[in-house]
Design a binder for this molecule. Sequence first.
Ligand code: AMP
Length: 222
Amino acid sequence: MLNIVIIGPQASGKGTQARELLKKFDFFYLEMGSSLRKAAEENSPLGKEIDRMVNKEGILVPDNVIVKVLDKELAKVKKEQGIIFDGFPRIVSQIKLLDESLKNLNRKLDLVIFLNLPDDLVFKRLSGRRVCDKCGKIYNIADLKESDRKVCRACGGKLIIREDDQPEKIKRRLAIFKKETMPVIDFYRDLGILEEVDGSNKAADIAREITSIIKKKSHDYH
Ligand code: AMP
């Protein structure tokens, strides 16, 4: 029953790895971006406020709102389940929020997995990303033949570049990651609970490495 944070730059494959872990272990997966998008659909003053920040302005949601979403999500976790946090904590002030919420549940953070990826690969992966404008399926042009790069194989929709995958936007997001999120990573490294994994390896190899880190940690835990 480990409580884990998975952290890394965009395109490092955090979501993919988290979903792999769900196939093997009984974790509750708390993906903050996705929880916020869900909260934004609610027809309440708070829902509308979140919608403005997340979907319209693309700014970080303040901690007092994050706490509400966090506690609502954590109320769904079953006692015997571990938790994987993805996209949270993203800034230093959120380290304390996580700590307090876990304490309220008589839990603590056991492990932080840092999926590291060099800037040039973040760029390559994000700028090659295409999204179907009809069904939302995500592709990378590196995996597609020249002739398959414009039309979705699943539904025939048009493959487009997402607004936030434009080069200038990618640069901005990376700069924010370095300034705001790297200090979170440094904090957990100093605390001695961080494991760094090379995100440029093949997804299947990364999954094996993370699985063995988790098994070892669970063993130490019991
Ligand atoms: P993501 O899906 O991780 O790209 O997150 C989408 C949006 O949700 C971000 O652009 C922020 O507006 C918001 N968001 C996600 N995680 C956090 C967080 N930990 N703190 C504040 N805002 C967040």
